[in-house]
Design a protein around this ligand. Structure first.
Ligand SMILES: [Zn+2]
Length: 264
């Protein structure tokens, strides 16, 4: 999938969580729904940080290019050392380590720890990174024609505003985890969800996604999970742009109404 479909499917997934939470009587305050949807949208782009040509490896200038390089090397090393007898030999690390559930869980845990222990600056850092990714994903080529600095400014501003709103009592810093010291623990959830939604999206495209690693399937540890061949579509195809993207938008809108208890 391309950036916008990844980002929108991420946002839709978080809104769906919001709808379920409302039904289960743990309704999200609206700032949690909004911030979570944007974080998930951004996190749904992050797994492609293992791929130099991906939009997001350019999102933070030299920092993300360097991160991308490191992740590529680490992914390649992990692939080689855990390769099963049935897994192919390969040179690059794209669509390996960062496209698995353990990676998703790790990213969520790290971000939650930064937000919980890092205080306001920690929360701002997590928000900033994901707002920039969300902007890159949702605006896509439109974000590319403007300058990087403009995107970063927009990221800083939106992160700052969201953190202020979330900090107001009852607005969400303690959503779901309400004991002392657990403020912003929930922020790990949209990050895990975003990474998993990315993997599902990739699984639907031609080559599948090794999301289950390191659980062995047959002779493979990096089994490319995906639907039968006939049900897959090409990344950036008409199905994705003309059918899936509007569906994700529609689902997000309906889910938001349920989550905020406007209907249902
Ligand atoms: Zn991917």
């Amino acid at each position: 999938m391309m950036g916008p479909a990844h980002a929108l499917s991420g946002a839709a997934a978080w809104v769906a969580v919001g709808a379920v939470a409302a039904v289960l009587d743990e309704p999200m305050p609206w700032p949690v729904l909004l911030a979570g949807a944007l974080i998930t949208a951004g996190a749904a782009l992050a797994p492609d940080l293992d791929h130099k040509a991906a939009t997001i490896s350019r999102a933070f200038g030299p920092v993300s290019r360097w991160t991308c390089e490191v992740i590529d090397q680490v992914s390649t090393a992990v692939y080689r050392s855990t390769r099963g007898k049935g897994d192919a030999r390969r040179s690059g690390g794209h669509r390996t380590l960062t496209h698995t559930w353990p990676w998703a869980v790790m990213c969520g845990a790290v971000a939650a720890a930064v937000a919980v222990y890092g205080g306001r600056w920690g929360v701002l850092a997590v928000l900033f990174v994901h707002m920039v990714l969300a902007i890159e994903g949702l605006l896509w080529r439109h974000a590319r024609v403007s300058s990087d600095v403009l995107v970063w400014l927009l990221g800083v501003t939106s992160a700052w505003m969201l953190a202020d709103i979330l900090d107001d009592p009852g607005n969400g810093s303690h959503w779901l985890f309400d004991r002392p010291g657990q403020q912003y623990l929930w922020i790990g959830l949209p990050i895990v969800l975003g990474a998993l939604v990315h993997c599902v999206g990739d699984a639907l495209t031609v080559s599948g996604c090794p999301i289950l690693w390191p659980i062995p399937i047959g002779r493979k540890r990096w089994y490319p999970v995906g639907p039968p061949k006939g049900m897959r579509f090409r990344a950036g195809s008409r199905v994705e742009v003309k059918v899936l993207t509007p569906i994700f938008m529609g689902l997000s809108a309906i889910g938001a109404l349920v989550a905020l208890r406007v209907v249902g």
